[in-house]
Design a protein around this ligand. Sequence first.
Ligand code: ADP
Ligand code: ADP
Ligand code: MG
Length: 612
Amino acid sequence: MIESLLIANRGEIACRIIRTARALGIRTVAVYSDADANALHVRQADEAVHIGASPARESYLVGDRIIAAAKQTGAEAIHPGYGFLSENADFAQAVLDAGLIWVGPNPDSIRAMGLKDAAKQRMIAAGVPVTPGYLGEDQSPERLKDEADSIGYPVLIKAVAGGGGKGMRRVDTAAEFADALVSCQREAASSFGNTDVLIEKYILSPRHIEVQVFGDSHGNVVHLFERDCSLQRRHQKVIEEAPAPGMDEATREAICAAAVKAAKAVDYIGAGTIEFIADASEGLRADRIWFMEMNTRLQVEHPVTEEITGQDLVEWQLRVASSEPLPKRQDELAIDGWAMEARLYAEDPAKGFLPSIGTLERFDLGATARVDTGVEQDAEISPFYDPMIAKVIAWGEDRETAREALADALDGAVVWPVRSNAGFLVEALDHPDFVAGTLDTGLIAREGDALMPPTHPTEEALAEAAGALVCADPIAGFRLNAAPRRSATFLLDGEPVEVELDGQAGTMPPFEDVLISEAGQTWQLKPWRASGVAAGAAADGAILSPMPGRIIAVDVAAGDAVTKGQKLVTLEAMKMEHSLTAPFDGIVADLNAIEGGQVTEGTMLVRIEKDS
Ligand code: ADP
Ligand code: ADP
Ligand code: MG
């Protein structure tokens, strides 16, 4: 067995690999960029080497520095994780040339599957069904258009070097083809430095079904069943599960056999995934499932397979890289129950899924589900890398149990002030089509707005949070024997809201706040007086009316000496009494409040001058 391992990655996958390495007694070496100096993976590893500036192309993508770091620390092997250099055959070769162990397939296998057109040619030769389409060398726009016409619309133009859902254009009519081709090639050039494309029949009612395969250096290849990754946004997976809903035993056998055949065709060693696209218009049928591409690495969604098979796939990778045979034979592997994973992103669904960065002041995903993450509370979410901050994985006896467990875990997620997609994930998990298992890759795009999480907490959650903020204070507080239904104005994420207080008495502590988390969403509730207006007023001693209302008491006179916190004026507004107090010790320099008088928001009521 390998004794020391360098992990050429960051975030959750680096932490995931460290976890297994540690359990196997393997010494771990992390690498990190400037932005990741305090990252969790760096703290978890036995050793860490700084490899460059924050942008990935100056650190995590610089193969030479990573290999040098391995040499410097005496690491025996390099695990690339996913993304970054994991599917870079030249890097894999350089690792081997440096005398190190590469935890992954041979560079030739990576190369064979690296470009989508060549991979499909290879699969056709091996007898694996592939998506119908054009894979030719002739890349002239005329020829590509002719091919699209004869395939029949809709078609999908795909960059042969594409990945991560980029470099793809669906074309519905011949008239749109030319423009779509130009824009696809432009994206392919800038993202992958290769403008070649292939044309595929666009499969209707598409389901993304993939099969986990594993090979060892002794010629064995097994599969670990399928995953369904059909819930996607812009061709990127959002929720994954295993097994696939609606998969019957015969179809499973057929596609898993096709996946093993595909892996054997490229002498595959290590963890790999064969991705298929299925036409699910009449359920899953073996003759309507086609090879799409192979990912020659560990996949983001590998945990769902681990959960249903009871295997640790990182352990399998490390054993295979150590030249051991696969830990299990095919007939020793079976599916137990159901697992579902959701990708938690630092992004704001309400703002078009804009990535959200900053300090993760609160981060709590509970303890009921498996959480694979690379961050902890107080971590900095930087703009340099993928916004995925965690994966939440739930297992159950059956699909519904797993789904409910995952939805529950996400429902209670607290992520603040960084925005997350947890609320969106809850909505997606609860969507009737998802619940019924009648999903396809277009569900999110179709349902868009229906999956938007609530923008406000429920009245009950608001009242509970407000109640927590209102501290009992018999002197300055609300009169206990006044009308039974009281309410107060608070700021919910900066917007004023009126909240029923259920007869509670007390005053607002000016600088406290409380987080409300519900339905995967997190909001901040503050007393109104902690707002900018009040803070500004406190600085110069001018007490402004925080809202329109009626002055019901004036407790001071001009020229009075007052002490910090002393009640000056009581305002009644929105069915509630608000005490305005002295921000510091001083003298009442101006008094502009008359008992019984109506005031507008921002009216200067009292001005206190500091004692000098
Ligand atoms: P694909 O989308 O190609 O089928 P995956 O679903 O496994 O494959 O996702 C791989 C993607 O994960 C990469 O394209 C990259 O954007 C992202 N990624 C890479 N490294 C990390 C990381 N350390 N943490 C989070 N996300 C990452
Ligand atoms: P990437 O390398 O970016 O992961 P893939 O070829 O795996 O590219 O395709 C990504 C996603 O695009 C698939 O999961 C699927 O949702 C969609 N897709 C790909 N090919 C087709 C097709 N022929 N018909 C319909 N949808 C497709
Ligand atoms: Mg893919």
